[in-house]
Every structure is written in structure tokens, then in C-alpha cells.
Write a protein that binds this ligand. Sequence first.
Ligand SMILES: CC(C)(COP(=O)(O)OP(=O)(O)OC[C@H]1O[C@@H](n2cnc3c(N)ncnc32)[C@H](O)[C@@H]1OP(=O)(O)O)[C@@H](O)C(=O)NCCC(=O)NCCS
Length: 166
Amino acid sequence: MNDALKGKTFEESMVETAELIQPNDGNHLGNVFGGKVLSMIDLTGAMAAMRHCRTIVVTASMDRVDFRHPIRIGTLAIVKARLNGAFRTSVEVGVDIFSENPLTGACCKTCTALVTYVALDNKGRPTPVPPLICRTPQEVERQRAAEERKRQRDQERPRESCPNGF
Ligand SMILES: CC(C)(COP(=O)(O)OP(=O)(O)OC[C@H]1O[C@@H](n2cnc3c(N)ncnc32)[C@H](O)[C@@H]1OP(=O)(O)O)[C@@H](O)C(=O)NCCC(=O)NCCS
């Protein structure tokens, strides 16, 4: 088998990033604005997807973004990304964002998201990704649930094409 397509564990691609939220990231309420949060989700999720696929990836869809609590300016935003499932040329990544008070260490989960990335070859075409090695019943269930969401997404996604030459 092509070595690039050897199975990988969930742990191999996990990513955790941290960022101190600055005043220019915020809205007039003193909280980070939603677009900044989406950017952090997309970037950290893409890092996990690239670690798994070892190719360039593009974001195909972002769904179930739930903003549960605000993230205050001056706190740390901890972003954790982990693969949920690997399919033929795409992967689903689960991203959680926590807000940590840097003075007390108090921490709260503020946002969760599911993001699908597609692996691209050097001509920009979708290319196969390595399978996930599921070692525990929880990991088997994680992949199974991701496959179910993917089936639903594939049924619902729009298929219209762009005009010639676009
Ligand atoms: C994502 C993209 C490469 C898919 O290309 P395509 O020609 O539709 O490819 P296919 O129909 O062969 O699908 C390839 C894979 O993408 C998945 N996919 C395509 N569109 C998707 C969507 N909207 N949501 C989730 N998955 C999607 C398919 O399920 C398939 O997965 P699989 O191979 O694991 O089964 C293409 O739509 C694209 O380039 N979109 C723009 C991406 C972009 O600019 N992102 C933002 C900046 S990074």
C-alpha cells in the first residue's frame, strides 16, 4: 500500500492552539466577534486535517457552529481540533473553543463546530485520505457518527455548477 495512505490514529492529528484575545478582536460589548471565532475554528481545524492527510486541504463546509458563551477580551482562547471521521477524500474535524481566565485558570467551553475539509492533490483535485485507526469502542462510534452526518450532508449539499470560464 502507498505509505501516504496508511491508517493514522486520532491522536496523531490532534491540534491545540492558544491565543490571547486582543481589543481589536472584540465588539462593543467587550467580547470577541463571531467572524474571529470562525477564523480560529477554520485555521485550527485545517491544521488537524493537514496533519492527518499530509496534503493541502480546503474547507468544504462548516456546520453546527454553536456559540454557547461569549469569549471576553483579555482571556485566552484555547482551540482544540480533533478528527471525527475520515472518508474517501474528505475528513470531518470537531473543533471546541474554550475561554480561559489567564489570572485564575478558570476555563469554560464557549463554542463547538464541525468542519469538513477536502484533501487536494498538486493539481487541485480531491485526493484520497488515510483511514482512521479506531482502537476503542468510543473511536469506532466517533467514526460511525461522522459517517452518518456525512451521508446527510452529501444528500443536502447544493450541486449547481458555475458558468463556463468562471
Ligand atoms: C470542496 C471541493 C474541492 C469539492 O470538489 P468537488 O468537485 O465537489 O468534489 P467531489 O464532488 O468529488 O467531492 C469530493 C469530496 O468532497 C466532499 N464535499 C464536497 N462538497 C462538500 C460540502 N459542501 N460539504 C461537505 N463535503 C463536501 C464530498 O462529500 C467528497 O467527499 P468524499 O470523497 O470523502 O466522499 C470544491 O467544492 C471546492 O473547491 N470548493 C471551494 C473550497 C473553498 O474555496 N473553501 C474555502 C477556502 S479554503
